[in-house]
Design a protein around this ligand. Structure first.
Ligand code: OSB
Ligand code: MG
Length: 382
């Protein structure tokens, strides 16, 4: 029997952190890693942290730091304050009067997950498993890879790939866009014929590019992520049958219903689950179950999260239904230093151990949150 919590206070921390290596995608490059951290305090004084992984520009998602702060302050925080919550899966209903804004909602829900897990004396992975069949106990590790941005040349890309391989990452993901795709894959495959390689287009192509994309079939790719429209499922269902390479949907998937539709139409063979993109871990659990039922390969995507979001995503990624390497790299790939301690480290078998403490299991270093909040205040473009 798990205990309910009552939400006494919520503090929002908009933050900006310098990235060790920026990530150029088909929709551009963000100058900082930005996020709104939600700090929830229960009536018993337990603190929970969650991350709304919002970007400055509406490039990956329509949500931004600006829209997120507005929606949190005016609608979502007032909807949760004072509420007694039996368990975190009750949060989506409490936030349902606000439509959309999944990345924004997810941070608040994550803070409730952390506070609830801590109040009940369990690690976050255990809290997630509480809502799954008994066979789905966490494994104690997450299998991971690394996402590499668009570079000025194949040589520069190979340099970065070799560095990441030497650090232990066994699955390499490269960002592509029209004009930076077939020759990139050819060059990388010529130098590194056996690595586990995949590409992510972030919606840069249309169905008219099908013939062009077919050329990628010769490079033995693990998958191609989100080649077509960012909300499209139908046209992906016309593309996938033309490719041997599995299509993986990222941007188009917002709910378990979207996964069911995509699988029914044959739009993809693999699902990228970003807990933020689907409005939080409650909806993530629903998607997890659909993938298990359909034996669909599933992995956890990333948004260059700070340690707060990374810790929670690692906990989820340690569940056994997450069957492919995740976009969750070690702390030193992103920040020096992060706002949490201790750092997450990559192990030689391309795994990361989730933190073992209660809830998210990492300590949030307040002085670093304050410095990152200052960085946001100084550099915010609006
Ligand atoms: O498409 O997967 C993506 C980061 C920001 C926005 C979109 C994407 C990404 C990544 C980063 O690929 C993966 C990571 O967090 O390491
Ligand atoms: Mg992606």
């Amino acid at each position: 029997m798990m205990r309910a919590i009552t939400i006494k206070n919520i503090t929002l921390h908009p933050v900006a952190l310098e990235l060790v290596e920026k990530l150029r995608t088909s929709f551009g490059e963000e100058p900082y890693k930005t996020a709104v951290l939600a700090e929830v305090e229960t009536s018993e004084g337990v603190i929970g942290w969650g991350e709304s992984s919002l970007e400055i520009r509406p490039g990956y998602s329509y949500e931004t730091m600006g829209s997120g702060l507005h929606i949190l302050r005016e609608f979502l925080v007032p909807a949760l304050l004072g509420q007694t919550i039996s368990d975190p899966t009750a949060v989506p209903t409490l936030l349902a009067e606000t439509r959309g804004h999944p990345l924004t909602k997810a941070g608040l829900e994550a803070a409730v997950w952390d506070a609830w897990a801590k109040s009940n004396g369990v690690a976050l992975a255990q809290a997630f498993a509480h809502f799954l069949p008994a066979a789905h106990q966490p494994r104690g590790y997450a299998s991971v890879g690394v996402s590499i941005g668009i570079k000025p040349s194949v040589e520069k890309t190979l340099e970065t790939i070799r560095l990441r391989l030497s650090q232990g990452y066994k699955r390499i993901k490269l960002k592509i866009q029209p004009g930076w795709d077939v020759e990139l894959a050819r060059g990388v495959r010529a130098a590194l014929p056996d690595i586990m390689l995949m590409l992510d287009a972030n919606s840069a192509y249309t169905l008219a590019d099908a013939e062009h994309l077919k050329q990628l079939d010769e490079f033995n790719l693990l998958m191609i992520e989100q080649p077509l429209g960012y909300n499209d499922i139908y046209e992906h269902s016309k593309l996938q049958p033309q490719l041997r390479t599995p299509v993986c949907l990222d941007e188009s998937i917002h709910s378990a219903d979207d996964v069911r539709l995509a699988l029914a139409l044959g739009a993809c063979r693999i699902i990228n689950l970003k807990p933020g993109r689907v409005s939080g871990y409650t909806q993530s659990l629903a998607i997890y179950k659909v993938c298990v039922e359909n034996q669909t390969p599933l992995w956890i995507g990333g948004m260059l999260e700070t340690g707060v979001g990374r810790a929670a995503n690692l906990a989820f990624a340690s569940l056994p239904g997450v069957t492919l390497p995740c976009d969750i790299s070690a702390t030193d790939r992103y920040f020096a230093p992060d706002i949490t301690e201790p750092p997450f480290v990559i192990r030689p078998d391309s795994t990361i151990a989730p933190a073992s403490g209660l809830g998210i299991g990492v300590e949030v270093v307040r002085a670093r949150v304050q410095a990152a909040a200052q960085q946001w205040e100084t550099n915010k473009p609006y």
